[in-house]
Design a protein around this ligand. Sequence first.
Ligand SMILES: *Cc1c(COP(=O)(O)O)cnc(C)c1O
Length: 880
Amino acid sequence: MPILFSALPPLLGGTLLQAPAEPTTQVASLLLDSRRVGLPEGAVFFALRGPNHDGHHHLAALYAKGVRLFVVAYPPASLVPFAGAGFIQVADTLVALQTLAAAHRAAFTGPVWAITGSNGKTIVKEWLAQLLAPDEDICRSPKSYNSQVGVPLSVWELAPGRHTLGIFEAGISERGEMDKLAAIIRPTHGIFTTLGTAHDAGFSSETEKLDEKLRLFERPGFERLVYCADQPAVHAAVQAQGLPPLAWTKLAAPGATLRFRLKPAGAGSTTVRVRLGDGATALGLALDQAALRAAARFTLPFADEPSVENALHCLAVLLWRQLDPATALDPAEIQRRLLRLHPVAMRLEMKAGRHGCYLLDDTYNNDLAGLALALDALSRQARPGGRTLILSDVLESGLNGPELYARVAALMQAHGVTRLIGVGQELSHYYQAELAEAARAHQANGARALLRLAQPDSRMAIQTYPTTEALLADLRSTDFQNETILIKGARRFGFERVVAALQQLQHGTVLEVNLDALTHNLQHYRRQLRPGTKLMVMVKAFAYGSGSYEVASLLEFQKADYLAVAYPDEGQQLRDNGISLPIMVLNPGPDSFGQLRRYRLEPEIYSLERLRDYLAATQEATADGEGPLPPLHLKLDTGMRRLGFAEDDLPGLLALLRAHRNRLPVAGIMTHLAAADDPAHDEFTREQLSTFRRMAAAIEEALGHSVLKHALNSAGIRRFPEAQFDMVRLGVGLYGVEAGRDDAQPSDLLPVSTLRTTVSQVKTLPPGATVGYGRRGAATAHERRVATLAIGYADGYDRRFGNGAGLVLLHGHRAPVVGSVCMDMLMVDVTDIPEAQPGDVAVVFGAGLDISELAARIGTIPYELLTNVSERVKRVFVSE
Ligand SMILES: *Cc1c(COP(=O)(O)O)cnc(C)c1O
């Protein structure tokens, strides 16, 4: 049942401020993020407000992108620039969004499963969808969209005529949130995964958290709750609240409906024997013993405990469905489907391809929602060179071919895809042979989009192949030049072979950069800023070793205000890759002014001589009609004694500034703290800050206007909140290292970079054998096992780590370095890690192995270890 925009004011309890030019417009999609406009037609933007952002600030930008329908909490200053757009004002835009989603949900009469709990929600949801896909047309939350805004967006996708089943996740972090999610999802069935300790901050006790979560299921018409009775608190709470249970147990818990007996079955699998528990009869469960006996034993393709636990929730659901002849399956079919369960990959990997290409390797679901998310990531890449999509047939969408591929076509167009390489029978069918005909017929659903594709002026080049093999046979990496390539295929198409053919060769060592952790750290520092304080992020030295373009691109998306690099070439490279944020250069050489102008790079100017040069250059450039040089930042030396104007230089500086007031574009005044991380020097730091205040005031007086003043680095942001001035300069903290942290306190930062390498060989050495160059791996009296790793000092692994000073993580255990570090290799002792074998992956630093601890072991600082990772080590950027 389509909802019209004109129907929204009464539904949302709002006022129509301005009617849209097209009053009968249907609400096609809900839009919350101004950076992610897909198809503007029919999209309604809800201007949400949070502690760090306000959607109302982006109305003009959205209008410019073609969005015409808005729900706001307060109107823009004037509606004049929004001709033809519809505006509805409501008291609370989040409540309005939730109300609309709830109204949409009410039109769906099929079963809806809701999943909550502390861990495993997303995996259980994805697996349940995998298991039921052959029988149902399923609408489910994309990825882990389970929040106050994620749930409305997920539920909005539910299409009454098309879907037969909904599966949605619900996640909460404080009291009162679950009632809102319950009203939107209105579950008929539920799964409670586990009660963990995550998100405890928002609750006064474990009991309160549990009660709050169970509120999801306390609704009239709720039929069945699947949970594990081996969690006594959960079992008791479900019983106390009288929720209709389907409890399973591995430990023969009394009152459980199903009893599972588990046995390891080798090769990473587990067998499950199923019996009715004593709770089944009490329920009057008609689960027929005889039928059950036939279905009494299953094999799960997992051995690790969390995966088995998640699979058992799904098995319980399948057994529940056996009660209804309409949904019952042959047990052999259940077994087949269980064996096909595969780990849920939600990663987007970004890595360098050959011939200047850049690859986005997305392994998340190849359905429409998954494709939309991946295209969104593609369209954020601003590199020059086209956007190429290598796509397989889209499976499990629940749509018929013409409608599905029309929507795919529309999505591609909205996200600026310039080249499509389609793989599969269906894609070939719809985008080649049928294209012209479908366009002519014009009556098919969404034929408009197909029509646009078929037009000769369509800027998209299309090639199709019936199979992946056919593509691989034809694939030459030289056919791709400087393109950004999204590779998105359903599992069965085996697109990892396509990725392998296009990516740069990786030797055994990879630096994995977690972009989600980077975002987390960015938000952590943002929360410490006063309103209005700008954020400059240091991406010098290859973004502290992690890769400047990718980090810069994420920072641009996350709306940092400024970037800073050490040298003009680094800035030029960012511009070449489409980065448009203001960029400051810490160390511009005297002959780089032309480059600064061409690439709009703002120099740090630290001496009178340099300032005079810059003044002369900007006058010359203006006279030549090239326009002035970019604005500059004056660097003051308040105690670092490195670069900058000292207080003694002030008279000369002020005189020059006064004389050229309107010809010297000064954007900022800055200083750098020498010891912001060390409480022992706090008095010195305060002295630096007050010198800075004094000098800056004199300079602003001479200029006749105020400019951006900035002083704090990462440690300073944490320790001197009163000195944020107009902007701060975040560095190492973004990359997950808390400078000068008191070790007793857990860090709120997440590690961003993880350096991994592989085991090339494992040897068993007899007593008396020495290891490596100079025989420095001294002989031992006992036999030992030594593994050779594919990393050495040429990769940036410090030689000081030799002879036991360093260690790596293998199978979760620490393995000390034996002997000297070689150029390309390194040996570690794995005597106590019997499972170590060639091909294993070892963590050199990062997740699980704290880089600060390693740095301390060789008397250096994490900055050095991060920036030493050499360029020959491939960077892979991952995000969910
Ligand atoms: C590197 C640098 C920073 C950032 O320092 P961190 O300790 O990494 O936060 C700030 N300002 C200047 C001038 C820098 O050179």
